[in-house]
Design a protein around this ligand. Sequence first.
Ligand SMILES: [Zn+2]
Length: 101
Amino acid sequence: MKKFLLQCKNIPTEPILRFLEKLDGEWANHYFRDDKDVHNAMPPAVSDKLVLAKMRVLIRKGYVDGCDCGCRGDFVITEKGKEYLKKLVNTKYNLAKEEEG
Ligand SMILES: [Zn+2]
């Protein structure tokens, strides 16, 4: 059996963006272990290194603004990130309507 490895793609993007959206422009970090730490929005098994890797992916996609060098991070959601969340809600709504028939 192949060992399950937790990778960036296994960490859901939505809760992270929702978390940043809720902070409403206040800087999030990735190691203070306070209520602005993005760890709060990820599965508990995720390593610190992977947390940063995930944030790097979100920054590269343009959903998040901030720094992934290992410093505090100062992560905030971008307009593109907010759009992503809006689209997600619409998609879920449409799927639910389809199921209803
Ligand atoms: Zn930095």
